[in-house]
Design a protein around this ligand. Structure first.
Ligand code: SAM
Length: 448
């Protein structure tokens, strides 16, 4: 079957249609440049950011949220710059066959910013993500890859997977979620993406110190009982530099923070403190650890380096596979995660946790000659200097784990430019209902 630019099937005849409730008015061409203008638009493929690309009446590109490729919509301009407009589809005149009704009443134009794609069927979401990843790899790294976004077993409907959430509190003390590209809080009664253990409904129904932040984490598993939950309440931030606001009065909690959560991955129990990074989707540690293990194919005696190690997820799972005779070096800069990693890897014979920022100098001089490298940087990627240093590290393979395919494509371009080639690429739907996707790319030295 032919595919549309987003990789979804072209619209079929007789699509389920959400007809506008009342007659639609659109603004005349000349007034299209301003926020609030209503435009009648035909949408093209999905763009990074979650919206579809359309062409406005004056020729400018319009990124249309709450739309799908191939739709005709009425969209309200939310943001206008000289080069492009942002708009929200507020009425669908001709709907895509992949459009579904959002389950959450807070998903929609001007409402909660947590979900980009509740109006898109899950298979179409995954095809769109695959198509966006493939486009990034092609345009940025010159790679032609057939990408498939894999479902995480156990969460077939795409809801109830968020084990870490941050709620904002409005001036009246009600907790909610931020609106899209806004500091405004959308008060909500529940969040359908939240894992059961988050207890979102209970938290959201309570009164909180105005303008604070509530960070919640849980260990809920698929279909299982939530085990433990961490709740951290933070005072509001200063609104503007130089205009410090007094901290909100907080309910007392132990100065050391809540106790760490204990999570189990491939038979290993890991502790995760409230301040340490941990994957949000409960299936993520398992699928990512499996993908990295399969991609790197560790052997006894290998020297493994885990860069941006967090609490030591990959080091903990791969460590036993390089024994006997091998070693594990985990590098992490956040003190809290370093302390967790030291505890979590203590039982591995040859494991060292280096508390440091990853840098080109560290890669070139402090890591020796590793056989295998795991590289799981924050969203911005590792950057050119570190990628170039890794290209000369002598490893047999590098597994690059990325939550931003664009950043991964930039770093992969550097490695490919230094004579490495892509061995495999897998993508996982770790963030259903959003435009986000996780990628595991494995590279090795050699011609393309
Ligand atoms: C995406 S997380 C990955 C953590 C771990 N691999 C996991 O999957 O649980 C990135 C980690 O890098 C750490 N980090 C951020 N910048 C860093 C830097 N410049 N050097 C070392 N670690 C850094 C963060 O604290 C975080 O733990």
């Amino acid at each position: 079957m032919d595919r549309t630019p987003d990789g979804t099937e072209p619209p079929a005849a007789g699509p389920p249609s959400r007809a506008p409730q009342r007659p639609v008015t659109v603004d005349a061409e000349g007034s299209a440049a301003v926020s609030g203008a209503r435009l009648r638009l035909r949408t093209g493929g999905f763009a990074a950011g979650g919206g579809c690309v359309a062409r406005g009446p004056d020729g400018r590109v319009v990124f249309v949220r709450h739309s799908l490729p191939g739709e005709e919509v009425v969209a309200v301009v939310t943001d206008a710059s000289r080069r492009f407009l942002r708009a929200d589809a507020v009425a669908v005149l001709e709907a895509s066959p992949h459009r579904v009704t959002p389950r959450c009443p807070h998903a929609g134009p001007g409402r909660c910013g947590g979900c980009d794609w509740q109006h898109v069927s899950l298979p179409a979401q995954r095809r769109a993500k695959a198509s966006l990843v493939a486009a990034q790899l092609r345009q940025v790294a010159g790679l032609d890859v057939d990408v498939v976004v894999e479902e995480v077993p156990g969460w077939a409907d795409g809801y109830g997977w968020r084990t870490r959430m941050q709620f904002a509190v409005d001036p009246s003390g009600r907790a909610g979620l931020r609106r899209h590209r806004s500091h405004q809080v959308e008060p909500v009664d529940d969040c359908l993406l939240a894992a059961p253990g988050i207890g979102a409904a209970g938290l959201l129904g309570a009164r909180w110190p105005p303008a604070g932040l509530i960070r919640v984490a849980t260990t809920a598993a698929a279909g299982g009982e939530p085990t433990t939950r961490q709740v951290v309440v933070e005072p509001r931030q200063a609104a503007r530099p130089g205009h410090r606001q007094p901290p909100a009065r907080l309910p007392p909690h132990p100065p050391a923070g809540p106790p760490p959560l204990t999570v189990e991955v491939q038979g290993r129990r890991l502790q995760v403190s409230a301040g340490s990074f941990w994957q949000v989707h409960p299936g993520a540690p398992q699928v990512l650890a499996s993908a990295v293990t399969a991609g790197l194919a560790p052997q006894a005696g290998d020297r493994l380096v885990d860069l941006y190690a967090g609490v030591g997820l990959f080091a903990a799972v791969l460590g036993p596979l390089v024994a006997p005779g091998g070693s594990v070096t985990a590098v992490e800069s956040a003190p809290c995660a370093v302390a967790d990693a030291r505890r979590n890897l203590a039982d591995l014979g040859e494991a060292t946790v280096v508390a440091a920022e990853v840098s080109p100098a560290l890669v070139a001089r402090q890591l020796g000659r590793p056989d295998l490298v795991v590289l799981d940087p924050p969203r911005r990627g590792a950057g050119t200097g570190i990628s170039a240093a890794l290209a000369g590290c002598g490893a047999r393979r590098i597994a690059y784990v990325a939550c931003d395919p664009a950043a991964a494509a930039r770093d992969l371009r550097v490695l490919l430019g230094h004579g490495w080639r892509l061995r495999s690429l897998r993508a996982f739907d770790l963030f259903p209902m959003t435009e986000h996707v996780e990628v595991v790319a494995v590279v090795e030295p050699g011609p393309r």
